[in-house]
Design a protein around this ligand. Structure first.
Ligand code: B3K
Ligand code: ZN
Length: 875
């Protein structure tokens, strides 16, 4: 294969011309859609060569100011076309033909469930027509859609509907105009046989916005939650950020075949149906929460992303980090702030930290890419959101909002950079934030080490801090805010009086004292402490770092008991759990040593169980062991077999030791009440699931689960029951019943596939092969692929890591197959294989072998090529 091109941030050049308007006409046909694009060029220079991007297009004709160009007037290649500008202002008309039905990459214009839809971010517009497909070209779009009436009840595009009518007896048309200049990646078109659910929202300035949700007709009764979520998001963004919606209509379309969660196209969001459709009997709490947050996220993009967009794709975190941060604040306000924060930290640690430690590690502002789609990562999104949170921590809510207002004042209607954002935050607050730059350019998770010494004779506590980053040696230090509090052993707050020379580094923030660690090494001394205090650190997870402390079990126990920061409380008990797990790994490796619960951990669990008043959501989190991925992160190389055994043994010990508690709590929570979507109800169900999980380790576990399955009144409980049965032969009958009942609901059927893909019952690889051969398995539908192969590789630890390498080979073979169908999905599935260097023989060589085979493929997409080649590159 020809080696794909790498793009560099340092090569950025502004466009030497503008396109002010784009008038598009689509004559829709599944096999041959004709797209006519009329572009008005301005500020060009006569004689200048102009390049337009284009991919998989058939050029029908090209004309300039109405005069047809002949083949000699332009140069056509696989990646686009070039011509010469005759004068500064002119009109170019391009007619292309495309084949939506054959488009299985799901980028550009394609078909899903017999309907037409588009996906243009990052570079899908070039699969529709020839165009400078880059985010810094903002133009006003008018879209005319012509299609057969049959099967295309609605014809939709961005903006406002300005005209519609009949073309002839069989065809109709609609014209949409979007007055807001936008980049091509925000273009959208939908046509199909859909049902419309309509509602309205009155903005705070009194404008009535029409809210339209479009779904396939059979899903009409699964839209209430999505609509309610949209209204909540609109009201919240007005309240918290002072941001109001700008068009008269806001449309959301749900489709079954979609590469990711959703897309914020101006005025016409297109969603994976997974993030729209829900009824208590079809969707779990996690689904409901996902819908609320993704609907909000896409809505929030209207300002952070659409009104102010990215200059180039290296700035992706400008819109994504910021919008994730905004959706995190929203979810915290809607549900439980403490639970939301802890869940986000868990995700960051279990997945983003792994990415940051692997061969695809990149700064939140990547410096280069081969395939942009590979950079829609946890790093750009989640770590990016953590970096935005740093501004919020340093400036406070008011200062942050001042910065946001200045950002919009300066940059509305423009395509800008992360530096522009930072400058707005700095100028609005009259502070210097230049040191924050380092957070944008440094890959890898920073490490913070702290040593504490208490001197009874001087009543001083000294904290020695060191920051480092194994991925970015010898780089300037980062500004790292570390939330701090001192406690006396009896649970009373201790005074925080820094010595004069340290005073500047201790900031008083809305969230309490924050120590600003902004050097490689720094010392902080507190005085006037009559007893040795317990130090509560990194409160609210104040920075995305790995903190190493030498906290004693006793200190951790105290923090778990009385700290007033929910994150630190949870973190303390997790650390005790981790110590138990790591000791268990040692015990397993030593062969004859029994696995035990360490006393401090056992005591901690007992205390959590005994606290009647503790929030149930937090209780559920505190009683759950750290994720397997997080445990693996503590090792290099990862002792897969020992971790696996140790984890199961510790779980078993917990189940047995607290058996009566699990039973009592489960019975207490297992009352049949109608499903409600609110923080308390969700917390109850979560805690019930945790109890059920431990009960499932006990001899009568399957009976308890079967009973719940029979009585469950909502999908959250049904799925919890099936999950508890999933590793036992008793699962057969309920799984069959579940299949019979839900086989025609794709999203529910995905859960059925996922359960089996993560089952430990039987041979995992045979199970997965059977699923791939199932008549309901479709390679073209990303959700189905993810629910089998994604779940297998990420959630079936022991199956995937089978020591003979069969799991890896299965995945490699499927990636090859999928790469021909949908490279983006194939590339996503490649991520678990990138971790080969952290495994011991024979697993590392087996994984490496699979990657090497992939690289040897003749036809490999640039998507998969980038990940595989970077993974194999010598370090
Ligand atoms: N902006 C889209 C993601 C596009 C992914 C392109 N491969 C959804 C979002 O982040 O809101
Ligand atoms: Zn986004």
């Amino acid at each position: 294969m020809t080696k794909p091109i790498e793009h560099f941030l340092s090569d950025y050049q502004p466009l030497p011309f503008a396109i002010t308007t784009v008038d598009l006409t689509f004559e829709l046909d599944p096999e041959a859609t004709i797209v006519t694009s009329v572009m008005r060029f301005e500020s060009a220079q006569a004689g200048q060569s102009i390049s337009l991007d284009g991919q998989d297009l058939t050029l029908v004709s090209l004309s300039l100011d109405g005069v047809a160009l002949s083949a000699a007037d332009y140069a056509l290649s696989e990646t686009g076309l070039r011509f010469t500008a005759p004068k500064p202002v002119f009109e170019l008309t391009v007619v292309t033909e495309i084949a939506p039905q054959a488009n299985t990459e799901l980028e550009g214009l394609y078909r899903s469930g017999g309907n037409y839809c588009t996906q243009c971010e990052a570079e899908g517009f070039r699969r529709i027509t020839y165009f400078p497909d880059r985010p810094d070209l903002l133009a006003v779009y008018t879209t005319r859609i012509v299609a057969p009436k049959e099967g295309n009840r609605f014809l939709l595009a961005n903006g406002d509907l300005v005209e519609q009518g009949e073309v002839n007896a069989t065809h109709h048309f609609a014209v949409w105009h979007d007055p807001f200049p936008k980049p091509s990646y925000l273009f959208a078109l939908v046509a199909g046989y859909l049902e419309r659910i309509r509602d309205t929202f009155v903005t705070r300035s009194g404008r009535t916005i029409t809210l339209d949700l479009f779904v396939e007709p059979q899903n009409k009764d699964q839209c209430d939650h999505a609509m309610a979520s949209l209204k909540k998001a609109m009201a919240w963004d007005e309240r918290r950020f002072g941001l109001e919606y700008d068009l008269d209509t806001y449309m959301i379309v749900a489709v079954d075949d979609f590469n990711m969660g959703a897309m914020e196209n101006k005025g016409l969001n297109i969603f994976n149906s997974k993030f729209v459709l829900a009824r208590p009997d079809t969707a779990t709490d996690t689904d409901f929460e996902g819908i609320e947050s993704v609907i909000a996220h896409e809505y929030f993009h209207n300002w952070t992303g659409n009104r102010v967009t990215c200059r180039d794709w290296f700035q992706l975190t400008l819109k994504e980090g910021l919008t994730v941060f905004r959706d995190q604040l929203f979810t915290a306000d809607m549900l439980s702030p403490a639970t939301k924060r802890i869940e986000d930290v868990k995700r960051l640690r279990s997945h983003q930290f792994v990415e940051d430690a692997g061969p695809m590690a990149h700064p939140i502002q990547p410096q280069s890419y081969i395939e942009m789609n590979n950079f829609y990562t946890l790093t750009v999104y989640e770590k990016g959101a953590e970096v935005v949170r740093l501004y919020h921590t340093l400036l406070g809510e008011e200062g942050f909002q001042k910065g946001m207002r200045l950002y919009f004042e300066r940059f509305d209607g423009q395509a800008v950079t992360v530096q522009d954002f930072r400058q707005a935050m700095a100028d609005a607050n009259d502070v210097d934030l230049s040191a924050m730059h380092q957070w944008y350019v440094q890959a890898g998770t920073p490490r913070v080490q702290v040593e504490t010494r208490y001197h009874p004779e001087t009543q001083q506590l000294t904290l020695f801090w060191t920051q480092s980053n194994p991925k970015s040696d010898s780089q300037p230090p980062l500004p790292i805010p570390v939330g701090l509090k001192l406690w006396y052993p009896d649970g009373q707050p201790a005074p925080m009086q820094p010595l004069a020379e340290c005073r500047e580094a201790l900031l008083e923030t809305e969230k309490g004292p924050v120590f600003l660690l902004d050097r490689h090494q720094q010392t902080l001394v507190f005085e006037g402490l009559t007893q040795k205090p317990v130090v509560s650190m990194l409160r609210d997870f104040s920075a995305p770092v790995i903190l190493s402390t030498e906290q004693s079990d006793e200190a951790l126990s105290r923090l778990a008991r009385f700290d007033d920061d929910p994150f630190v409380r949870w973190e303390s008990i997790q650390t005790l759990a981790l110590k138990t797990l790591m000791a268990a790994v040692d015990a397993v490796q030593a062969d004859d040593t029994p696995v035990i619960l360490q006393p401090a951990y056992e005591q901690g669990v007992a205390e959590v169980l005994a606290q009647v008043s503790l929030d149930k959501g937090l209780k559920a989190l505190a009683l759950t062991l750290p994720d397997l991925d997080y445990v693996c992160e503590q090792y290099d190389p990862v002792p897969v077999d020992a971790i696996w055994q140790a984890y199961q043994k510790v779980e078993q010990r917990l189940a047995e030791r607290f058996e009566s508690d699990w039973r009592a709590l489960f019975d207490q929570l297992d009352e049949s009440v109608p499903y409600a979507y609110d923080a308390q109800a969700i917390a109850r169900r979560k805690l019930k699931q945790v109890c059920l999980h431990y009960l499932s380790c006990l001899p009568d576990g399957p009976d308890v689960a079967s009973q719940l399955f029979d009585q469950a009144g909502n999908m959250t409980d049904t799925l919890a029951a099936l999950q508890a049965l999933n590793h036992y032969p008793q699962r057969a009958q309920p799984m069959q019943a579940f299949y019979e009942r839900w086989r025609h609901e794709p999203l529910v059927l995905d859960k059925w596939f996922a359960l089996q893909a993560r089952s430990r019952h039987g041979d995992a690889i045979d199970n997965v092969r059977a699923l791939l051969a199932h008549p309901d398995f479709h390679y073209q539908t990303p959700n189905r692929v993810r629910s089998v192969l994604g779940v297998f590789a990420r959630q079936n630890f022991f199956g995937f890591h089978a020591s003979d390498g069969r799991g890896y080979r299965l995945l490699g073979e499927q990636i090859q197959k999928l790469d021909r169908i949908n490279p983006q999905i194939a590339a996503r599935l490649t991520a678990p294989l990138t971790q080969w260097r952290r495994l011991a023989p024979p697993r590392n060589t087996a994984m490496q072998g699979v990657l090497t085979d992939l690289l040897a493929q003749e036809r490999l997409s640039s998507d998969v090529y980038e990940i595989v080649s970077k993974s194999l590159a010598p370090v």
